[in-house]
Design a binder for this molecule. Structure first.
Ligand code: FEO
Length: 164
């Protein structure tokens, strides 16, 4: 049986992951409207990964014989500024998700819910990778400068991201 507090926190995390998916989809639409189609593709792939994270939790809650209770999703912003500003926002969002995942992991440990703790290890590791990927993009823009030519090259590079 799934611990009640962990159960509630997992349902809340499903919402956070779906919000992440929604946020990156909004960012993708923003990039497309600015003719950065490569960045738009990268963000669309990221959005679909976030949806996958939500579904991982969704199926886990069901596997434990507990109810999935979906919560309201906030409307994401519609404008995100220039690429550097946008990717800094992605990084800040991922750092926030890491804080949530860490708190969830700590809660599972505190409640001695070992199966949840074990499952959440995947998310802890995933956050390390996600933060690194976005941090690399931010560093790259800062290093080469956000001139039209360097942004065009970055756009081409990010457009090569394959869907998982
Ligand atoms: Fe599912 Fe990027 O956090």
């Amino acid at each position: 049986m799934l611990n009640k507090t962990v159960h509630e926190a997992l349902n809340a995390q499903i919402k956070h992951e779906i919000y992440s998916s929604y946020l990156y989809l909004a960012m993708s639409a923003h990039c497309e409207s600015k003719n950065y189609s490569g960045m738009a593709k990268w963000l669309k792939v990221q959005s679909s990964e976030e949806y996958g994270h939500a579904m991982k939790l969704f199926h886990y809650v069901q596997e434990r014989g507990a109810a999935v209770v979906l919560q309201a999703i906030d409307q994401p912003p519609t404008a995100f500024g220039e690429p550097l500003e946008l990717f800094k926002k992605v990084l800040a969002h991922e750092q926030q998700v890491t804080t949530l995942v860490t708190a969830l992991y700590e809660l599972a440990a505190k409640e001695k819910d070992y199966p949840s703790q074990f499952m959440l290890q995947w998310f802890v590791t995933e956050q390390v990778e996600e933060e690194k990927n976005v941090s690399d993009i931010v560093d790259q823009i800062i290093r080469v400068g956000d001139t039209p030519v360097s942004l065009m090259m970055l756009d081409r590079q990010l457009g090569m991201r394959a869907s998982k």
